[in-house]
Write a new protein. Structure first.
Length: 397
């Protein structure tokens, strides 16, 4: 398994490296083919964004994989992982190296090529043993998780809607193996501000300063963090302007918001609209908005607690101590949970330093987490969560 991680991690598959993603997609499909009934490529949905000038611009995304087993089975699991990393083709972090006998450094080793291998090994073991004949599974491996899964959102939603339980193989939150319980939601936004240019000395009163309007909008958005419980706001980028003697007529503002629950998200959406309206009135500018809350908040309700308890019990039988804690980070588990699916989204390897040149995988966690996933799936197939699913189905109609 470690050798395969190295092979896969040294294929650059940054989210915007389409040739690298295609190569990685082929390797993953080759690994899934012996155990799945079907493996197919799914093209991404069209995605656009706003340029700093306010022009809607296409954003290319890689294609995704869907593998299915026993598609006729009504009792289904969705298992997910992503092939993309945060490291582009020109990033200096491209190679793996052994830092110690149990510590492998490399791009995507933990996040999450190691997790993909754990997932496939667990499924392969169960299928070789003929242990789960009464349950079907769907595997989605997407190419854009690190950039909000916009091109794969429809595939994730469509697949999750026919499943009851999900396992996502993001790395554990800590090197000790901690799972993520509740997760905040996340939304990324861009506002393009169109003002009016003028000479800064002769007739500044005729101008409408887009940079000042962007700054005002940034402050209004940041203030929502104090007004809405459970909301965090990060204003990340402001661009615009030019020569000192010209009133700038264009600016752009980018920000991220993370709501703790559905109410905070709803209030944030309202707050954005109100802030934009106030800025347009105060400065005589036009604001064009792009973006959305692509990751809804993920709750940790009674159903999820039962699933996590099953994982903990499986871990105890392996001599593992499984714990969990809430996370401000987001992943495809958010999207899966939004389809009324119970999901544990940190079933991948133990390691650390993700999204940095210090990323590493603890090699002994490969077999450990594959065993944990296999036993968890086996017990789901044996009906250990059937009562929870029946109760949940009744509650949600």
């Amino acid at each position: 398994m470690a050798a395969q991680v190295i092979d896969w991690a040294q294929v650059n598959s940054g989210s915007r490296n389409l040739p690298g993603l295609a190569q990685m997609r082929g390797l993953i499909a080759q690994a899934l083919a012996p155990i799945a009934d079907s493996v197919e490529t799914r093209d991404p949905e069209p995605v656009t964004t706003l340029s700093d000038a306010g022009v809607e611009t296409p954003v290319p995304h890689g294609a995704n994989l869907l593998a299915r087993k026993r598609p006729q089975a009504n009792r289904r699991l969705i298992l997910t992982g992503h092939m993309d990393t945060v490291f582009p083709a020109d990033h200096p972090f491209q190679q793996c190296r052994m830092e110690s006998a149990n510590r492998l450094s490399g791009p995507g080793t933990a996040d999450m090529k190691g997790g993909l291998i754990v997932m496939i090994e667990a499924l392969a073991a169960l299928e070789a043993a003929g242990a789960i004949p009464g349950i079907g599974w769907d595997v989605v491996v997407n190419a854009d998780e690190e950039v909000a899964s916009l091109g794969s959102a429809a595939l994730l939603r469509e697949t999750a809607q026919r499943c009851q339980i999900g396992l996502t193989f993001e790395p554990a939150l800590t090197p000790e193996g901690t799972l993520a319980s509740a997760r905040r939601g996340s939304g990324n936004f861009i506002a393009a501000i169109a003002g009016r240019t003028a000479h800064a000395g002769r007739n500044p009163q005729d101008g409408r300063n887009a940079v000042i309007a962007a700054a005002d909008l940034a402050l209004r958005l940041a203030a929502l963090q104090g007004d809405i419980p459970g909301l965090s706001v990060n204003v990340a980028r402001v661009t615009g302007g030019g020569a000192n003697n010209v009133v700038p007529d264009a600016a752009a503002l980018s920000w991220n918001m993370r709501p703790a629950d559905a109410e905070a998200q709803q209030r944030a959406e309202q707050g954005i609209a109100e802030a934009i309206g106030a800025v347009e009135r105060a400065h005589g500018v036009t604001v064009r908005l792009s973006g959305q809350f692509a990751r809804p908040p993920k709750p940790f309700d009674a159903g999820h607690q039962a699933l996590f308890g099953l994982v903990r019990a499986a871990g105890a039988d392996l001599g593992l101590s499984i714990d969990w804690q809430p996370s401000g980070g987001v992943c495809d588990g958010n999207n899966i949970a939004a389809q009324n699916v119970l999901v544990v989204d940190t079933m991948g390897v133990r390691g650390g330093g993700i999204h940095t040149e210090g990323e590493y995988l603890l090699i002994d966690s490969l077999s450990e987490r594959a065993a944990l996933a296999a036993i968890t799936i086996l017990r789901i197939a044996q009906g250990h969560l059937d009562a929870t699913l029946t109760t949940r189905s009744a509650m949600h109609g």
